[in-house]
Design a protein around this ligand. Structure first.
Ligand code: FAD
Length: 385
């Protein structure tokens, strides 16, 4: 189906904005491990990063479908969306589960770009994907909670004013359902650092600004509890479908970027007296990747539209993310192969995107966990763990 004029306008505007931040900008940031502050700020001020915030709180009140179009365009431009994408969806936890006071306090400022909510703290070094076994404890003490524990891979926290944190308020042994006893909190990062929160950046393969966090008696006021005590797993879970759809859209953007690059190079590069793209051995892999990426986009589109219609879309969101992350990785690999030795030269930008798009088969959720979700919840196969 052709896209509506509104969607085409969004695409055009995002494309124009991204064109100001060319690939050399991203290459330099990758080299310096810098943060794209100007880019994030312009994307926020132009209203693109805040489209999911309802109009009453100062956002555009658009859906995940429009948000997917934005993230897809950002990635197709050669940008590294991982540096900013969470600003788009982490606020969903506040929107869906925050009290009216929390919503009024945070959402208008996030929409105006005065507050950055870029960070969410779930993963822990010793428990990984097994989220309900996480060990960070939030102990109630009068009108406060005292936080102790450790998190790992918490991205963008050094560039965020707020973080949504998941911790246990009741020990796993004392709850009947393992998803109970977890609680979500809003952490004022500036106030916490040096007062019970220590942040240590992790040197990693991509410029994702991920950190290890150490909590040592961090005091959080009770007012920072997000949703009900003990029901924090749902606070996090409810945001996951939107996150997976948006990551799927980013992967489609990456995939289209690789296909654009590979096709252009295959048309131009002449070896043995003809364009390399004239050889079917070069042409067919690109055509195959194009087919895979476009098929993945259909699933992203389907999941996004179901999400916006309020329909249950767990399976579609998971399938979209899995298909798109595999398609973008395959397209990256073929783009590398098409460029031959030049693929390794940083000035061609491909190796950076190749590293960046690899993440999405692992985070925010790995492929095996998606397959196990489909096996158990869609195909009614026995639960494996
Ligand atoms: C760059 C980066 C940024 C990140 N940003 C954030 C962030 O901002 N906030 C945050 O909270 N987390 C973040 N993460 C963490 C990310 O969500 C986790 O790395 C991811 O969920 C996988 O967890 P793990 O690394 O502990 O892997 P593990 O849970 O140790 O799993 C390792 C491997 O074993 C497989 N596996 C495990 N159990 C099973 C099973 N039962 N059946 C089949 N296979 C299984 C997994 O699929 C995986 O491939 C980030 C990670 C990275 C690398």
């Amino acid at each position: 189906m052709p896209e509506s004029n509104d969607i085409l306008e969004i695409r055009q505007s995002v494309r124009q904005l991204c064109a100001k931040y060319g690939e050399d900008y991203w290459l330099q940031l990758d080299r310096d491990r810098g943060f794209p502050t100007e880019f994030v700020s312009e994307l926020t001020q132009s209203g693109f990063l805040t489209v999911l915030i309802p109009e009453e709180y100062g956002g555009a009140g658009l859906g995940v479908y429009e948000a997917s179009i934005i993230m897809e365009e950002v990635c197709r431009s050669g940008a590294h969306a991982g540096a900013c994408h969470a600003q788009m969806y982490v606020m969903g936890s506040v929107l869906r589960h925050g009290s009216e006071t929390q919503k009024k306090t945070y959402l208008p400022k996030i929409a105006a770009g005065e507050l950055r909510l870029q960070s969410f703290g779930v993963t822990e070094p010793t428990t990984g994907t097994d989220t309900t076994s996480l060990k960070t404890m939030a102990r109630r003490d009068g009108d406060n909670y005292i936080i102790n524990g450790q998190k790992v891979w918490i991205s963008r926290i050094e560039h965020s004013d707020l973080m949504v944190l998941l911790a246990r308020t009741t020990d796993k042994k004392e709850v009947t359902k393992k998803t109970d006893g977890l609680s979500a909190f809003i952490v004022d990062v500036g106030a916490a650092v040096g007062n019970g929160l220590e942040i240590q950046p992790i040197e990693s393969m991509i410029n994702h600004h991920s950190c290890e966090l150490f909590f040592d008696d961090l005091v959080l006021p009770k007012a920072n509890l997000l949703g009900e005590e003990g029901k924090g797993f749902k606070v996090i879970l409810d945001g996951m479908n939107a996150e997976r759809i948006l990551i799927g859209a980013e992967c489609v953007g990456d995939g289209r970027y690789f296909i654009d690059k590979a096709s252009a190079y295959a048309r131009d590069r002449r070896v043995f007296g003809r364009p390399i793209g004239q050889n079917q051995g070069v042409q067919f892999p690109i055509a195959r990747c194009y087919t895979e990426v476009e098929a993945a986009w259909l699933m992203v589109e389907k999941a996004a539209k179901m999400f916006d219609a309020g329909e249950s879309c767990g399976a579609e969101a998971n399938m979209a993310k899995m298909l798109a992350s595999e398609a973008s990785w395959h397209a990256g690999d073929v783009c590398m192969q098409t460029h031959g030795g030049f693929a390794f030269a940083k000035e061609y930008h491909i190796e950076r995107k190749f590293r960046e798009t690899r993440l999405y088969q692992i985070a925010p959720i790995s492929t095996n966990l998606i397959l196990s979700f489909i096996g158990e919840h869609v195909l009614d196969l026995p639960r494996s763990f």
